[in-house]
Design a protein around this ligand. Structure first.
Ligand code: ATP
Length: 378
């Protein structure tokens, strides 16, 4: 839908912010522009909606040169979200969100109804509708910014570091919300960030730019992590690239053991049978939810005290979470074994660090034969 074709931006003082950039931005997915400060991300984004005009090259929207469209029509087909949301301080939340529909000539009632619907969609409580922006937290304001950009249902969303000013917990919530909205609405999103973790989490495709506005690599995140194009990209991805790549491998194939799991009301015979050739047993409550670890010889039927067990730590959800999540659980576990649970939080099995290590080696070997890796949650 959006094709950037050999675009250069030279500012009047001679600064080349973007240098012969070509990118095919796929429809209905999130394309992230990432790179160090000053590498031309914002300039590129603003050239898409013509807030900045390219010096050379063309930008095609649905195959048509963007310069052939009236600039107002073009901008209304592209929602725009910036850092700190950029809300109108003298307007209520509902009227901020209704801005573009009102400009398009919708009645006040219809525009406000649409705004209220969008508040719900971006996770804002209806009670905030009559407030003013200064009466909202940073994260809430950012949600209003997203709702405002979506108000006229534009096919394209341009987002310039929208979540950079909020704390990491709120930021994660906003990122998850964006992925959910994208799943539901299927917008074409171009997202600027300088945070590679955010790029890897959100991007279907990630464009890494280097200073001087040149493209270093354009690839899906899994490929970026497995095959960085050069030393610059490798450096930008950071030293823990290998660990991060594990987020793309599912825990579904892990060999989970169920034998070393006993319920708190287990009989002496059940404990003896479970503990024959494992160093630790996982004790669960009567519903099967993990309570903690114990060496088999320390367990006596009928007298198991949850407070005396070794903590079992955070479990991973079997099949849903990634190998990275499974490894993290094992590394943090006092026994070196990770606990897998089902969607209801009941123990689904246990797995040792060693088995996870073997699965990782297998996944890497498989991954190097096929680049068909998709994102896994957790
Ligand atoms: N109006 C301008 N006049 C001259 N140079 C400019 C202008 N706007 C931006 N630049 C320069 O162009 C280059 C790219 O700027 P741009 O804002 O696109 O980068 P960025 O990657 O978005 O940076 P950041 O992550 O710091 O926001 C920088 O060197 C910047 O100083």
């Amino acid at each position: 839908m959006i094709r950037i074709d050999s675009v250069t931006k030279r500012y009047p003082d001679g600064t080349v912010a973007v240098d012969r950039l070509s990118l095919e931005i796929p429809d209905r997915s999130i394309t992230v522009l990432v790179g160090p400060s000053g590498c031309g991300k914002t300039t590129t984004l603003r050239m898409i909606n013509r807030m900045i005009e390219p010096s050379e090259g063309t930008i095609l929207i649905d195959g048509v040169d963007s310069r052939q469209q009236p600039v107002n029509t073009l901008r209304r087909s592209m929602g725009y979200v910036i850092q700190n949301a950029g809300l109108f301080q003298h307007r209520t939340i509902v009227d901020n969100i209704a801005t573009v529909p009102r400009l398009l000539g919708w009645s006040k009632d219809k525009a406000r109804a649409r705004a209220r619907e969008l508040m719900e969609r971006v996770g804002l409580d209806a009670s905030l509708a009559r407030r003013y922006p200064y009466q909202l937290s940073g994260g809430q304001q950012q949600r209003v910014g997203v709702a405002r950009a979506l108000a006229a249902d534009p096919p394209v969303l341009l987002m310039d570091e929208p979540f950079s000013a909020v704390d990491p917990v709120v930021r994660k919530g906003l990122q998850d919300e964006l992925l959910r909205i994208q799943d539901e609405l299927g917008k074409t999103i171009v997202f600027v960030t300088h945070d590679i973790d955010e790029a890897v989490k959100l991007g279907t495709m990630v464009a890494v730019l280097r200073t001087g506005g040149r493209l270093a690599q354009f690839a899906p995140p899994a490929e970026l992590l497995s095959d960085p194009a050069d030393a610059f990209v490798e450096d930008f991805l950071g030293a823990d690239r290998g660990i991060r790549r594990l987020s793309f491998f599912s825990s579904a194939g892990l060999d989970l053991l169920t034998a070393p799991i006993v319920a708190i009301d287990a009989s002496a015979e059940q404990i003896a049978r479970a503990g024959t050739d494992v160093p630790y047993l996982l004790v669960t409550d009567v519903e099967g939810k993990p309570l903690g670890w114990s060496e088999p010889r320390d367990l006596t039927a009928g007298t198991i005290e949850p407070a005396e067990l070794l903590p079992c730590g955070r479990p991973f959800v079997a099949g849903r979470d990634s190998l990275r999540a499974a490894l993290d659980c094992a590394v943090l576990s006092p026994t070196g074994w990770a606990v897998a649970v089902d969607a209801e939080g009941r123990a689904a099995g246990v797995v040792s660090q060693q088995t996870i290590g073997e699965a990782i080696r297998g996944a890497h070997a498989e991954g190097s034969r096929s680049s068909e890796t998709t994102k896994v949650s957790g």
